[in-house]
Design a protein around this ligand. Structure first.
Ligand code: ZN
Ligand code: ZN
Ligand code: ZN
Length: 135
């Protein structure tokens, strides 16, 4: 990467840190475009996947198969509760899941097992909105 792009990557990193929940590259790009940064979508994609590969951001797939990113406060292994309406995310520990995953892997003779468990739903705010809308 050229030196010229360093500030752009830094700006993408900041925008991700400011995001309230999981965001897609497109969403983050739209935010940056509103600020007239001139940062291209390809740069946003590259920066986000670089951050995820370096462990500086969490990434996951939405139920629609879209890659979502978040700069989580927790650096260790954790799981997420994600609002599929507004993207708000809660970092959760799931002791039962850790134990279950270990047991299931061992039962089948697997070692060095890893797992990804994220729960998508509607946060309390969005649940109230959909109730008020009457469905
Ligand atoms: Zn996380
Ligand atoms: Zn929500
Ligand atoms: Zn786990």
């Amino acid at each position: 990467m050229t030196q010229r792009n360093t500030w752009q990557r830094e700006r993408v990193r900041e925008a991700l840190a400011d995001a309230p929940g999981f965001v897609s590259a497109q969403t983050l790009h739209a935010t940056l475009r509103d600020e007239n940064t001139g940062i291209g979508l390809a740069t946003v994609y590259r920066t986000l996947s670089g951050l995820a590969a370096a462990g500086a951001a969490d990434s996951l797939q939405s139920p629609e198969g879209e890659a979502l990113y978040r700069a989580c406060a927790t650096s260790g292994h954790h799981h997420h509760l994600i609002c599929r309406s507004c993207g708000r995310a809660v970092e959760i520990e799931a002791t039962e899941v850790e134990q279950w995953a270990k047991t299931v892997a061992a039962t089948h003779g697997f070692t060095a097992a890893e797992h990804v468990v994220d729960i998508f739903g509607l946060c309390s705010d969005c649940s109230q909105v959909s109730e008020r809308a009457g469905d």
